[in-house]
Design a binder for this molecule. Sequence first.
Ligand SMILES: Nc1ncnc2c1ncn2[C@@H]1O[C@H](COP(=O)(O)OP(=O)(O)OP(=O)(O)O)[C@@H](O)[C@H]1O
Ligand SMILES: [Mg+2]
Length: 302
Amino acid sequence: MRVGLVIDCLDWHARELIAALSSRWVETVLVRLSYCGMATASPSGLMIEGFGTTLPDALVVRTMSGGSFEAVTLRLGILHALRELGVTVWNDARTIERCVDKSMTSFLLARAGIPTPATWTIESYEQAYATAERETAEGPLVLKPLFGSQGRGLRLIHTPEDLPKIEETPGRVYYLQRFVGVKRQDGYHDFRILVVQGRVIAAMRRHSPHWVTNIKRGGRPVAVVLNEEMKTLALKAATAVGANFVGVDMVYGTDDRPAVLEVNSMPAWSGLQKVNAVNIAAILADALIAALAARRFRGAMA
Ligand SMILES: Nc1ncnc2c1ncn2[C@@H]1O[C@H](COP(=O)(O)OP(=O)(O)OP(=O)(O)O)[C@@H](O)[C@H]1O
Ligand SMILES: [Mg+2]
């Protein structure tokens, strides 16, 4: 069995996954999407780095770097095409698109009846200003880049005057979300829950002196035992975006009610691994192999 692992660099996560797959007799081939392409004259119509014109049994997308609109469209197109060809892709392009665009995630979470803070995504400054004027009367909002990046670029909006002009707004889109106040315990905290194939496999509470609790921004992982409500919400959030493997960010507000902030379709797990006893890469490898076996069985029965 040969699995393609899409990466931008050979980091700890990639090495963990390669080791877990190799100890299960699965060969991992590193794939950079910028070295893949469409090739309509080839048997598959594609060229996948390390596979030539043959196809992998599965493709795991660990990271996907940014690029021009055209380059990203091509890379997503390749993932869409692989799925069309019957290759198991984790996560597939549809899920990645749904999660990278935070407004689509918010839309899908709300449509699925999952508690998530009210969110407005707007291009025009005038409309964003009017929204902020109306909504900040109820409490602060968070302005986030539509395409998130590990806690970078988030700011609190207390009054409409806090809104940057459109030229200074990342991506020239306003993604405004109701700020959820949390009960402060030694600073701020939120929760990251890892879901694989409809199962919660690991979780952590992230503590930080700052309200942005990402590990990359100085958040500290702490072990946590999840209650059933959180598990159920995390599973529903994964289903709402159609994911095989996701990290769900959740907060408990001062009203003691949980809310899903976002869903990550290419989640890192080094922070989680520090505070969870299970080997996350091994669980991922097992789940992938089981999914491939189930798919083969269904194919044989059809
Ligand atoms: N509406 C909110 N209310 C309170 N805290 C928030 C809210 N939105 C975000 N935060 C805090 O900021 C952190 C980062 O926000 P979020 O998870 O939405 O984006 P991100 O992690 O930067 O995005 P990505 O994972 O796509 O790079 C959260 O983990 C949480 O600590
Ligand atoms: Mg996040």
